[in-house]
Design a protein around this ligand. Structure first.
Ligand SMILES: NC(=O)c1ccc[n+]([C@@H]2O[C@H](COP(=O)([O-])OP(=O)(O)OC[C@H]3O[C@@H](n4cnc5c(N)ncnc54)[C@H](OP(=O)(O)O)[C@@H]3O)[C@@H](O)[C@H]2O)c1
Length: 268
């Protein structure tokens, strides 16, 4: 299964394209000749990235935590004269800290962006792809999707949702000409840790260097996996070996270790 071919009116939508892995997706896809729709909130960053990527990059400032903003996306893509063949649900964030001390609005914002936006955009863009019998959807999960994570409980659960949802989609999409893949990176050095509230020292101490994969390599692994029709892509050799162990290990065995090592649990 190859990716839908690029064309002057064919688009790849990349959410969270204003930094990190999303910016790398946008670079790869514009290099391959796709029209790329850049979705995120920070207008200045989107415009700066679009200016560097050239005429095939189209900034579409959107707050994915806002239901009306999400609902407006198909019409805004259509107004650009573009047909969405590829959807990369990459935007995401984590909160940090124990649920008992959490801020409800921040936890719900995580659920809106990491979960509801993925569901919403799949619901809005998949019907057209299925009608055209052509499309590809890449959803950003995480190795954190494979087990519980005390200190980032909502984040791991949100990514577990995305992983399960993408497996379900694959089953539904069999024979339609549309493919869905989940990308499960380990740690990646982007704005993600900062936005969550990790210090660099905490992140480095909690996660061995061998697990870290650069954002450009993660994005390329995701695109290649999507083009190959894979169900799940785990970038990085160490992560690929450890991910299945994390998935099958009984929570009772893993929880004491995870609880002891997580920076948020040490701050309590
Ligand atoms: N970095 C890691 O270690 C790691 C590991 C596994 C999985 N992931 C996943 O990879 C994806 C990309 O993360 P990253 O590492 O590239 O982090 P990042 O550099 O912080 O990028 C996150 C992106 O999400 C966008 N975003 C956040 N809230 C948004 C909102 N309300 N509306 C629209 N866009 C929003 C941000 O754009 P604006 O702020 O401009 O809106 C930004 O472009 C996420 O889904 C993350 O969970 C990351």
């Amino acid at each position: 299964m190859a990716l839908p071919p690029p064309g002057n009116d064919r688009a790849a939508i990349v959410t969270g394209a204003s930094s990190g892995i999303g910016e790398e997706f946008a670079k790869i896809l514009t290099r391959r000749g796709y029209q790329v729709v850049l979705v995120a909130r920070r207008v200045d960053r989107l415009e700066d990235i679009a200016a560097r990527l050239g005429a095939n990059a189209h900034p579409l400032p959107t707050d994915l935590s806002d239901r009306d903003d999400r609902a407006s996306l198909p019409d805004r893509v259509d107004a650009l004269g573009l047909v969405p063949d590829i959807l990369i649900n990459n935007a995401g964030l984590s909160t940090l800290g124990v649920v008992a001390k959490s801020v409800p609005e921040k936890e719900l914002n995580l659920v809106e962006v990491d979960v509801a936006a993925v569901v919403d955009l799949c619901s809005r863009f998949l019907p057209g792809m299925v009608d055209r019998q052509l499309g590809a959807v890449l959803n950003l999960a995480s190795v954190a999707a494979l087990g519980p994570l005390p200190g980032q409980a909502a984040y791991a659960a949100a990514k577990a949702f995305v992983l399960s949802y993408t497996h379900g989609l694959r089953g539904e999409l069999r024979g339609t000409g549309v493919v869905a893949t989940a990308l499960c990176p380990g740690p990646v050095d982007t704005g993600f840790g900062d936005a969550a509230g990790f210090t660099k020292e905490e992140a480095d101490a909690a996660l061995p260097r061998a697990m870290w994969v650069p954002a450009d390599k993660v994005a390329k692994a995701g695109i290649d996996g999507l083009a190959a029709g894979k169900s799940v892509v785990v970038p990085g050799g160490v992560n690929r070996v450890s991910a299945p162990l994390f998935r099958v290990a009984p929570p009772g065995l893993m929880l004491p270790l995870l609880t002891r090592n997580h920076p948020a649990m040490k701050r309590r």
